[in-house]
Design a protein around this ligand. Structure first.
Ligand code: GLA
Length: 389
Protein backbone atom coordinates (compact mmCIF):
# COMPACT_ATOMS: atom_id res chain seq x y z
CA UNK A 1 0.00 0.00 0.00
CA UNK A 2 2.86 2.34 0.89
CA UNK A 3 4.69 1.53 -2.35
CA UNK A 4 1.57 2.10 -4.38
CA UNK A 5 0.96 5.42 -2.61
CA UNK A 6 4.48 6.58 -3.41
CA UNK A 7 4.29 5.42 -7.04
CA UNK A 8 0.99 7.16 -7.55
CA UNK A 9 2.13 10.41 -5.91
CA UNK A 10 5.32 10.51 -7.99
CA UNK A 11 3.44 9.76 -11.22
CA UNK A 12 0.87 12.52 -10.59
CA UNK A 13 3.60 14.99 -9.70
CA UNK A 14 5.49 14.20 -12.88
CA UNK A 15 2.39 14.47 -15.02
CA UNK A 16 1.46 17.84 -13.54
CA UNK A 17 4.89 19.48 -13.30
CA UNK A 18 6.71 17.79 -16.20
CA UNK A 19 9.63 16.33 -14.20
CA UNK A 20 10.04 13.86 -11.33
CA UNK A 21 9.95 15.36 -7.80
CA UNK A 22 13.27 16.23 -6.14
CA UNK A 23 12.03 15.14 -2.71
CA UNK A 24 9.63 12.67 -1.18
CA UNK A 25 8.34 12.70 2.38
CA UNK A 26 6.03 10.41 4.32
CA UNK A 27 3.98 11.52 7.33
CA UNK A 28 1.97 8.88 9.24
CA UNK A 29 -1.39 8.92 10.95
CA UNK A 30 -1.63 7.88 14.59
CA UNK A 31 -3.50 5.74 17.03
CA UNK A 32 -3.80 6.41 20.72
CA UNK A 33 -3.76 3.51 23.18
CA UNK A 34 -5.12 5.63 26.02
CA UNK A 35 -5.16 9.24 27.24
CA UNK A 36 -7.98 10.93 25.38
CA UNK A 37 -8.85 14.62 25.68
CA UNK A 38 -6.08 15.08 28.18
CA UNK A 39 -3.38 16.51 25.90
CA UNK A 40 -4.86 20.02 26.11
CA UNK A 41 -5.44 19.41 29.82
CA UNK A 42 -1.74 18.96 30.55
CA UNK A 43 -1.96 15.22 31.01
CA UNK A 44 -0.13 12.21 29.60
CA UNK A 45 -1.02 10.36 26.41
CA UNK A 46 0.10 7.10 24.84
CA UNK A 47 -0.06 7.41 21.05
CA UNK A 48 1.90 5.76 18.24
CA UNK A 49 2.38 6.40 14.53
CA UNK A 50 0.84 3.81 12.18
CA UNK A 51 1.45 2.44 8.71
CA UNK A 52 -0.98 4.79 7.01
CA UNK A 53 0.64 7.79 5.42
CA UNK A 54 0.43 11.00 3.52
CA UNK A 55 3.05 11.10 0.78
CA UNK A 56 4.41 14.49 -0.34
CA UNK A 57 6.30 14.90 -3.62
CA UNK A 58 7.97 18.31 -3.66
CA UNK A 59 10.39 20.33 -5.80
CA UNK A 60 11.49 23.94 -5.71
CA UNK A 61 9.60 26.02 -8.26
CA UNK A 62 12.52 28.47 -8.71
CA UNK A 63 10.10 31.37 -8.43
CA UNK A 64 7.79 32.77 -5.77
CA UNK A 65 4.93 30.72 -7.15
CA UNK A 66 3.64 27.78 -5.13
CA UNK A 67 1.35 25.04 -6.45
CA UNK A 68 -0.23 22.32 -4.35
CA UNK A 69 -2.07 19.38 -5.89
CA UNK A 70 -4.42 17.37 -3.66
CA UNK A 71 -4.31 14.20 -5.73
CA UNK A 72 -7.12 12.40 -3.90
CA UNK A 73 -9.47 15.38 -4.32
CA UNK A 74 -8.29 16.18 -7.80
CA UNK A 75 -7.89 19.82 -6.82
CA UNK A 76 -5.12 22.36 -7.26
CA UNK A 77 -4.32 25.41 -5.16
CA UNK A 78 -1.84 28.06 -6.27
CA UNK A 79 -0.53 31.20 -4.61
CA UNK A 80 2.48 33.49 -4.58
CA UNK A 81 4.90 34.16 -1.74
CA UNK A 82 4.73 37.83 -2.80
CA UNK A 83 1.30 38.08 -1.18
CA UNK A 84 0.36 37.70 2.49
CA UNK A 85 -0.64 34.14 3.44
CA UNK A 86 -4.26 34.09 4.61
CA UNK A 87 -6.65 31.18 5.24
CA UNK A 88 -8.22 29.84 2.04
CA UNK A 89 -11.96 29.47 1.63
CA UNK A 90 -11.57 25.73 1.01
CA UNK A 91 -10.24 23.83 4.02
CA UNK A 92 -7.57 21.44 2.80
CA UNK A 93 -4.86 24.01 1.85
CA UNK A 94 -5.18 25.64 5.27
CA UNK A 95 -3.27 22.90 7.05
CA UNK A 96 -0.23 23.81 4.95
CA UNK A 97 -0.85 27.54 4.68
CA UNK A 98 -1.10 27.75 8.47
CA UNK A 99 2.37 26.23 8.75
CA UNK A 100 3.85 28.36 5.99
CA UNK A 101 2.42 31.57 7.49
CA UNK A 102 4.36 30.91 10.69
CA UNK A 103 7.62 30.35 8.80
CA UNK A 104 7.13 33.57 6.88
CA UNK A 105 6.20 35.50 10.02
CA UNK A 106 9.49 34.34 11.55
CA UNK A 107 11.29 35.41 8.36
CA UNK A 108 12.54 31.93 7.61
CA UNK A 109 14.06 31.42 4.15
CA UNK A 110 11.21 29.53 2.47
CA UNK A 111 11.05 29.54 -1.33
CA UNK A 112 8.44 28.72 -3.96
CA UNK A 113 7.59 25.04 -4.45
CA UNK A 114 5.53 22.59 -6.45
CA UNK A 115 3.91 19.91 -4.34
CA UNK A 116 1.58 16.95 -4.88
CA UNK A 117 0.25 14.85 -2.03
CA UNK A 118 -1.88 11.77 -1.60
CA UNK A 119 -3.01 9.79 1.44
CA UNK A 120 -3.86 6.35 2.76
CA UNK A 121 -5.02 7.85 6.08
CA UNK A 122 -8.82 7.94 5.94
CA UNK A 123 -10.11 11.48 6.54
CA UNK A 124 -12.38 12.21 9.52
CA UNK A 125 -11.72 8.76 10.98
CA UNK A 126 -9.85 10.01 14.04
CA UNK A 127 -6.46 8.93 12.69
CA UNK A 128 -5.11 12.48 12.43
CA UNK A 129 -4.83 13.00 8.72
CA UNK A 130 -4.73 16.76 9.29
CA UNK A 131 -1.78 16.52 11.70
CA UNK A 132 0.02 14.41 9.10
CA UNK A 133 -0.56 17.11 6.48
CA UNK A 134 0.70 19.85 8.79
CA UNK A 135 3.73 17.96 10.03
CA UNK A 136 4.67 16.36 6.73
CA UNK A 137 4.56 19.76 5.07
CA UNK A 138 6.51 21.47 7.88
CA UNK A 139 9.07 18.68 7.82
CA UNK A 140 9.43 19.00 4.03
CA UNK A 141 9.94 22.77 4.14
CA UNK A 142 12.42 22.39 7.00
CA UNK A 143 14.51 19.88 5.05
CA UNK A 144 14.32 21.52 1.65
CA UNK A 145 15.04 25.07 2.80
CA UNK A 146 17.22 24.25 5.84
CA UNK A 147 15.01 26.12 8.29
CA UNK A 148 16.81 24.66 11.30
CA UNK A 149 13.68 23.51 13.14
CA UNK A 150 13.72 20.70 15.67
CA UNK A 151 11.13 17.94 15.41
CA UNK A 152 9.35 19.34 18.46
CA UNK A 153 9.16 22.74 16.77
CA UNK A 154 7.68 21.12 13.67
CA UNK A 155 4.99 19.46 15.81
CA UNK A 156 4.18 22.69 17.66
CA UNK A 157 4.02 24.62 14.37
CA UNK A 158 1.54 22.04 13.07
CA UNK A 159 -0.60 22.37 16.19
CA UNK A 160 -0.64 26.16 15.88
CA UNK A 161 -1.67 25.91 12.22
CA UNK A 162 -4.65 23.85 13.37
CA UNK A 163 -5.58 26.59 15.86
CA UNK A 164 -5.10 29.55 13.56
CA UNK A 165 -5.99 28.33 10.06
CA UNK A 166 -8.32 25.39 10.76
CA UNK A 167 -10.09 26.78 13.85
CA UNK A 168 -9.64 23.67 16.03
CA UNK A 169 -8.00 24.27 19.40
CA UNK A 170 -6.40 20.85 19.50
CA UNK A 171 -3.71 19.61 21.86
CA UNK A 172 -0.25 18.45 20.79
CA UNK A 173 -0.77 14.66 20.73
CA UNK A 174 -1.49 14.10 17.04
CA UNK A 175 1.31 16.25 15.67
CA UNK A 176 3.78 14.89 18.18
CA UNK A 177 2.93 11.27 17.37
CA UNK A 178 3.13 11.88 13.63
CA UNK A 179 6.62 13.38 13.90
CA UNK A 180 8.08 11.32 16.77
CA UNK A 181 6.65 7.87 16.02
CA UNK A 182 9.00 4.87 16.13
CA UNK A 183 8.52 1.39 14.76
CA UNK A 184 6.93 -0.91 17.37
CA UNK A 185 7.02 1.74 20.09
CA UNK A 186 4.32 3.72 21.81
CA UNK A 187 5.14 7.20 23.06
CA UNK A 188 4.39 8.20 26.61
CA UNK A 189 4.16 11.93 26.19
CA UNK A 190 3.92 14.48 28.95
CA UNK A 191 1.82 17.12 27.23
CA UNK A 192 2.84 19.74 29.77
CA UNK A 193 6.58 19.60 29.14
CA UNK A 194 6.78 17.54 25.90
CA UNK A 195 9.10 15.15 27.73
CA UNK A 196 8.56 11.72 26.29
CA UNK A 197 9.71 8.16 26.50
CA UNK A 198 9.23 5.18 24.24
CA UNK A 199 7.74 1.91 25.48
CA UNK A 200 7.69 -1.39 23.61
CA UNK A 201 4.47 -1.97 21.78
CA UNK A 202 4.70 -5.70 22.33
CA UNK A 203 1.19 -7.03 22.69
CA UNK A 204 2.26 -10.71 22.56
CA UNK A 205 -0.85 -12.76 21.68
CA UNK A 206 -3.00 -9.68 21.33
CA UNK A 207 -3.43 -7.12 18.58
CA UNK A 208 -4.88 -3.68 18.22
CA UNK A 209 -7.83 -3.54 15.90
CA UNK A 210 -9.48 -0.36 14.66
CA UNK A 211 -13.16 -0.34 13.77
CA UNK A 212 -14.07 2.67 11.67
CA UNK A 213 -17.68 3.66 12.32
CA UNK A 214 -17.65 5.66 9.07
CA UNK A 215 -19.34 8.46 10.99
CA UNK A 216 -17.33 11.44 9.84
CA UNK A 217 -16.70 14.43 12.01
CA UNK A 218 -14.92 17.72 11.83
CA UNK A 219 -13.76 19.18 15.11
CA UNK A 220 -14.56 22.65 13.87
CA UNK A 221 -18.22 21.91 14.56
CA UNK A 222 -18.13 18.77 16.71
CA UNK A 223 -18.08 20.24 20.20
CA UNK A 224 -14.33 19.71 20.59
CA UNK A 225 -13.61 23.41 21.22
CA UNK A 226 -16.50 23.53 23.74
CA UNK A 227 -14.94 20.69 25.73
CA UNK A 228 -11.69 22.56 25.88
CA UNK A 229 -13.44 25.67 27.17
CA UNK A 230 -15.41 23.65 29.72
CA UNK A 231 -12.34 22.07 31.30
CA UNK A 232 -10.43 25.35 31.28
CA UNK A 233 -13.29 26.93 33.17
CA UNK A 234 -13.44 23.96 35.53
CA UNK A 235 -9.74 24.17 36.25
CA UNK A 236 -9.92 27.88 37.03
CA UNK A 237 -12.62 27.17 39.65
CA UNK A 238 -10.48 24.40 41.16
CA UNK A 239 -7.48 26.74 41.25
CA UNK A 240 -9.46 29.43 43.03
CA UNK A 241 -10.18 27.02 45.87
CA UNK A 242 -6.99 24.98 45.85
CA UNK A 243 -4.17 27.45 45.15
CA UNK A 244 -1.48 24.75 45.02
CA UNK A 245 -3.21 23.07 42.05
CA UNK A 246 -1.45 24.17 38.90
CA UNK A 247 -3.05 21.81 36.47
CA UNK A 248 -5.23 18.72 36.42
CA UNK A 249 -2.47 16.36 37.37
CA UNK A 250 -2.12 18.05 40.76
CA UNK A 251 -5.81 17.69 41.37
CA UNK A 252 -7.45 14.74 43.15
CA UNK A 253 -10.85 13.12 42.84
CA UNK A 254 -11.57 14.07 46.46
CA UNK A 255 -10.94 17.75 45.72
CA UNK A 256 -13.31 17.59 42.79
CA UNK A 257 -15.99 15.92 44.88
CA UNK A 258 -15.67 18.70 47.45
CA UNK A 259 -16.06 21.31 44.74
CA UNK A 260 -18.88 19.52 42.93
CA UNK A 261 -21.52 22.14 43.68
CA UNK A 262 -19.27 25.05 42.83
CA UNK A 263 -18.28 23.41 39.56
CA UNK A 264 -21.81 22.47 38.55
CA UNK A 265 -22.72 19.00 37.25
CA UNK A 266 -21.44 19.32 33.68
CA UNK A 267 -18.14 20.87 34.62
CA UNK A 268 -17.71 18.36 37.43
CA UNK A 269 -18.18 15.46 35.03
CA UNK A 270 -15.70 16.86 32.51
CA UNK A 271 -13.05 17.51 35.17
CA UNK A 272 -13.66 14.17 36.84
CA UNK A 273 -13.01 12.39 33.56
CA UNK A 274 -9.76 14.30 33.01
CA UNK A 275 -8.40 13.60 36.50
CA UNK A 276 -9.20 9.87 36.22
CA UNK A 277 -7.90 9.62 32.65
CA UNK A 278 -4.51 11.12 33.54
CA UNK A 279 -4.08 8.40 36.17
CA UNK A 280 -5.33 5.70 33.77
CA UNK A 281 -2.53 6.52 31.33
CA UNK A 282 0.10 6.01 34.01
CA UNK A 283 -1.56 2.74 35.02
CA UNK A 284 -1.75 1.64 31.38
CA UNK A 285 1.96 2.23 30.83
CA UNK A 286 2.64 0.07 33.85
CA UNK A 287 0.27 -2.63 32.56
CA UNK A 288 1.90 -2.59 29.12
CA UNK A 289 5.42 -2.78 30.55
CA UNK A 290 4.35 -5.79 32.61
CA UNK A 291 2.43 -7.43 29.77
CA UNK A 292 -0.69 -7.27 31.92
CA UNK A 293 -3.11 -7.09 29.00
CA UNK A 294 -6.20 -7.84 31.03
CA UNK A 295 -5.53 -4.72 33.06
CA UNK A 296 -4.65 -2.68 29.98
CA UNK A 297 -7.90 -3.74 28.33
CA UNK A 298 -9.91 -2.88 31.43
CA UNK A 299 -8.37 0.58 31.54
CA UNK A 300 -9.21 1.18 27.88
CA UNK A 301 -12.82 0.22 28.48
CA UNK A 302 -13.01 2.48 31.55
CA UNK A 303 -11.76 5.29 29.34
CA UNK A 304 -14.60 4.62 26.95
CA UNK A 305 -17.21 4.85 29.66
CA UNK A 306 -15.72 8.13 30.83
CA UNK A 307 -15.61 9.54 27.31
CA UNK A 308 -19.16 8.47 26.64
CA UNK A 309 -20.87 9.37 29.93
CA UNK A 310 -18.74 12.05 31.54
CA UNK A 311 -16.96 13.81 28.71
CA UNK A 312 -19.81 13.13 26.28
CA UNK A 313 -17.78 12.94 23.10
CA UNK A 314 -18.86 9.53 21.83
CA UNK A 315 -21.88 8.82 19.65
CA UNK A 316 -24.47 6.04 19.33
CA UNK A 317 -22.55 4.27 16.57
CA UNK A 318 -19.23 4.15 18.45
CA UNK A 319 -20.95 3.14 21.69
CA UNK A 320 -22.55 0.30 19.79
CA UNK A 321 -19.25 -0.85 18.27
CA UNK A 322 -17.57 -0.83 21.67
CA UNK A 323 -20.42 -2.67 23.40
CA UNK A 324 -20.68 -5.26 20.64
CA UNK A 325 -16.96 -5.89 20.58
CA UNK A 326 -16.84 -6.22 24.36
CA UNK A 327 -19.42 -9.01 24.26
CA UNK A 328 -16.68 -11.18 22.73
CA UNK A 329 -14.50 -12.96 25.28
CA UNK A 330 -11.49 -12.44 23.08
CA UNK A 331 -11.80 -8.65 23.34
CA UNK A 332 -9.93 -7.39 26.40
CA UNK A 333 -10.79 -3.74 26.00
CA UNK A 334 -12.41 -1.31 23.59
CA UNK A 335 -13.00 2.40 23.40
CA UNK A 336 -13.57 5.33 21.10
CA UNK A 337 -10.31 6.86 19.92
CA UNK A 338 -9.32 10.42 19.13
CA UNK A 339 -11.48 13.50 19.37
CA UNK A 340 -14.71 11.49 19.11
CA UNK A 341 -18.16 12.27 17.70
CA UNK A 342 -17.47 9.53 15.17
CA UNK A 343 -14.28 8.01 13.80
CA UNK A 344 -12.78 4.78 15.08
CA UNK A 345 -12.99 2.48 18.06
CA UNK A 346 -9.73 0.84 19.13
CA UNK A 347 -9.91 -2.68 20.54
CA UNK A 348 -7.35 -4.92 22.21
CA UNK A 349 -8.15 -8.40 20.93
CA UNK A 350 -6.74 -11.91 20.77
CA UNK A 351 -4.62 -12.08 17.64
CA UNK A 352 -6.18 -15.19 16.17
CA UNK A 353 -9.73 -13.93 16.77
CA UNK A 354 -9.33 -10.69 14.82
CA UNK A 355 -11.19 -11.88 11.73
CA UNK A 356 -13.97 -13.42 13.77
CA UNK A 357 -14.47 -10.15 15.65
CA UNK A 358 -14.51 -8.14 12.45
CA UNK A 359 -17.19 -10.44 11.05
CA UNK A 360 -19.37 -10.42 14.16
CA UNK A 361 -19.20 -6.68 14.79
CA UNK A 362 -19.62 -5.81 11.09
CA UNK A 363 -22.80 -7.79 10.72
CA UNK A 364 -24.35 -6.42 13.96
CA UNK A 365 -23.36 -2.88 12.95
CA UNK A 366 -24.83 -3.15 9.51
CA UNK A 367 -28.06 -4.64 10.92
CA UNK A 368 -28.42 -1.80 13.43
CA UNK A 369 -27.16 1.22 11.55
CA UNK A 370 -27.09 0.14 7.92
CA UNK A 371 -23.44 1.18 7.74
CA UNK A 372 -20.61 -0.97 6.39
CA UNK A 373 -17.94 -1.01 9.06
CA UNK A 374 -14.37 -0.58 7.91
CA UNK A 375 -11.78 -2.48 9.98
CA UNK A 376 -8.10 -1.55 9.98
CA UNK A 377 -5.38 -3.95 11.07
CA UNK A 378 -2.57 -1.54 11.77
CA UNK A 379 1.15 -1.73 12.43
CA UNK A 380 3.04 0.68 14.64
CA UNK A 381 5.51 2.49 12.43
CA UNK A 382 8.06 5.25 12.32
CA UNK A 383 7.27 8.95 12.28
CA UNK A 384 7.61 11.57 9.54
CA UNK A 385 10.60 10.94 7.33
CA UNK A 386 12.35 11.57 4.04
CA UNK A 387 11.77 8.80 1.56
CA UNK A 388 14.87 8.10 -0.50
CA UNK A 389 14.08 7.74 -4.17
C1 GLA B 1 -8.01 15.21 18.54
C2 GLA B 1 -7.03 16.33 18.84
C3 GLA B 1 -5.97 15.90 19.86
C4 GLA B 1 -6.62 15.28 21.08
C5 GLA B 1 -7.64 14.23 20.67
C6 GLA B 1 -8.40 13.71 21.86
O1 GLA B 1 -7.37 14.16 17.88
O2 GLA B 1 -6.39 16.77 17.66
O3 GLA B 1 -5.17 16.99 20.21
O4 GLA B 1 -7.16 16.25 21.92
O5 GLA B 1 -8.58 14.74 19.74
O6 GLA B 1 -7.57 13.03 22.72
Amino acid sequence: MKKKLIRNTVAKFEKEFGAPPENLFLAPGRINIIGEHVDYNNGFVLPAAINKYICFAVSESHSNQCSIIAIDLNEKFTFSLDNPINPATIMWPNYMLGVLAQFIEKQMPVKGFNLAFSSTIPMGAGLSSSAAVECGFGYAMNKMFSLGLTNAEIAVTGQKAEHTFAGVNCGIMDQFASVFGKKNKVIKLDCDTLEHEYHNADFRNYALLLLDSKVKHTHLTSGYNDRRRETERGLSIVKEHCPYVNNFRDCTEVQLLELREKLGEVSFRRCHFVVKEIQRVLDAVDALDNSDFLRLGRLMTETHHGLSKEYEVSCAEIDFLVETALKEKSVLGARMMGGGFGGCAICLVEKDKVDHIIETVSSAYSDNFGIALEPYKIKISKGTSVHKM
